[in-house]
Design a protein around this ligand. Structure first.
Ligand code: ADP
Ligand code: ADP
Length: 222
């Protein structure tokens, strides 16, 4: 079954249209870009895909299930744009906590925290508190959280917004290394940035979607 199938999806915030009759199918496990200017509807679409906002018009399925269905728990994860780390706890404690929420025992959770930190090249900060991290490192630590439990599909809302080129490249490398065994949907207002990672790009503008197939030659890899 396709990774995502979306038909005639519309969404309004108390009368204001955020998504207007959008349809698309994602059936390749390669990273998928979601590009558009501020206010285009990217966060709204990602929120619907992960089940945070209800479907009020049209249909959406992920792996043939409704967004938010219990059958998808552990298979789909999301990183909201404003994801924050708790300043009171070490990075390792927070990641292990999320792993515990997914049903791992203490020892497994500690191992999973180390695994995901290694995947984002942050092994050394396991015992650090968030305020010891640079902005780029903190962003990678939140991405690590989305990797817990090896979900098949990960939705990243503006993962590189506000980051310098070095950290942007690091995040691109993380995504490229985990693809396509993990499928990423990555939103950004920067088409050139997404073009380096994604062959399929969904374009959103004022809630209206068009798709774009990029014929990337591999000489532009991270
Ligand atoms: P984005 O960068 O994705 O456009 P915003 O900065 O516009 O996000 O929005 C930040 C938060 O404010 C989000 O939770 C969003 O849902 C909410 N928000 C955005 N626009 C409005 C609005 N017009 N009225 C109320 N809440 C809004
Ligand atoms: P993007 O992520 O592409 O910046 P959003 O999905 O955040 O776009 O927003 C799409 C539109 O919906 C914008 O016009 C925004 O102001 C509006 N919007 C977003 N969240 C809310 C909200 N909670 N209440 C009212 N309007 C909102």
């Amino acid at each position: 079954s396709p990774i995502i199938e979306c038909h005639n999806l519309s969404y309004n915030y108390s009368g204001k249209t955020a998504l207007s009759n959008i349809s698309f199918v994602c059936d390749s496990a390669e990273p998928i870009g979601l590009v558009g200017p501020n206010g285009a509807g990217k966060s709204t679409l990602l929120s619907i895909l992960c089940g945070f906002l209800p479907i009020t018009s049209g249909s959406v399925t992920l792996f043939n299930h409704q967004p938010g269905a219990s059958a998808l728990s552990g298979r789909v994860s999301a990183l909201p744009q404003d994801a924050q780390l708790d300043p009171a706890f070490s990075i390792g404690e927070q990641l292990a906590f999320y792993a515990r929420l997914q049903g791992l025992n203490k020892q497994q959770a500690r191992r999973e925290a180390s695994r995901v930190l290694e995947a984002v090249a942050l092994k050394d900060v396991l015992k650090e508190k968030p305020n010891a991290l640079s902005h780029g490192m903190a962003k990678r630590a939140t991405i690590a959280q989305a990797l817990i439990g090896k979900p098949e599909l990960i939705l990243l809302d503006e993962p590189t917004a506000g980051l310098d080129p070095v950290n942007t490249r690091k995040i691109r490398t993380i995504i490229a290394d985990l693809s396509p065994s993990t499928t990423f949907i990555i939103s950004s207002h920067d088409l050139a940035e997404l073009g380096r990672l994604c062959q399929q790009v969904l374009l959103l503008d004022k809630g209206i979607m068009s798709t774009m197939q990029l014929n990337t030659t591999e000489n532009d890899s991270p």
